[in-house]
Design a binder for this molecule. Sequence first.
Ligand code: ADP
Length: 290
Amino acid sequence: MQLVINNLCKTYPGGVKALDNITMTIPKGMFGLLGPNGAGKSTLMRTLATLQTADSGSAKLGDIDVLKQHDEVRRVLGYLPQEFGVYPRTSAVALLTHLAALKGVGDGVRDRKAVVEQLLERVNLTHVRHKAVSTYSGGMRQRFGIAQALLGDPKLLIVDEPTAGLDPGERNRFYNLLSEVGESIIVILSTHIVEDCKELCTNMAIIHLGQLLYHGVPEQAENSMSGKVWEKAMSKVELSALDPKLKILSSKLIAGRPVVRIFSEWDPGQGFHPVAPNLEDVFFVHLKAG
Ligand code: ADP
């Protein structure tokens, strides 16, 4: 099963074009939707999750018309929104059991109990299953979020900016969990963190101002820029006097000293040396051209 999106458009009442003719196909596996804040990621995620409408275009998940057959989509969809509320003082077991009942998961109480236990094991929360979810750390909460999204064995899992606010250890555990889920179903991960795509995703898209700027394989995107990324460490004075014709991709402080990366088809001279492109370079090249 794959998700085929064609010419999807959405303009908000205020006039913001949040989706501007988005066309792409999303296969099984981890798919990264990368874009800065305001790019249109949540609008796309929410539209695919049947929580809001598009103005025109289509989205089909296998035979299901995502924009019209909402009930059918919801039966095969798992969704982890950016923010999800939890009841205070309710344990993970109790909350997940409640959500399972709401979703009609399991034939009876015993069956449901087994499903809940399996899911909590899968997201590695068995040892804290009787603690209130409201007391969980950010990473544990997100793993609980995945458990609730996986109720009912979805074919499509949508996670909106899931790693924001997680510390590196938590982020790693979360990556491992997601990539395991991505082995058998379509997982769409929206993020503004380039690292998320690089570590996890077999396919990705870059969107900005509602437009699709790139769609493909992260590694190929990097390779396509081979020989065109150049770097130089310089003083802050040099940085402020940099040739304005240079296409600057990024300027970062490394050990307190600015390191500038630029895009150039040929040797820019001026002390720049060639470096291997990374996904962040790809992201910035597309944002600046877009
Ligand atoms: P992202 O998730 O990439 O940050 P969003 O989809 O939330 O992007 O937003 C895309 C654009 O649409 C932004 O300019 C945002 O301000 C605007 N927007 C989002 N939701 C609404 C809304 N309900 N009404 C009007 N404008 C909105």
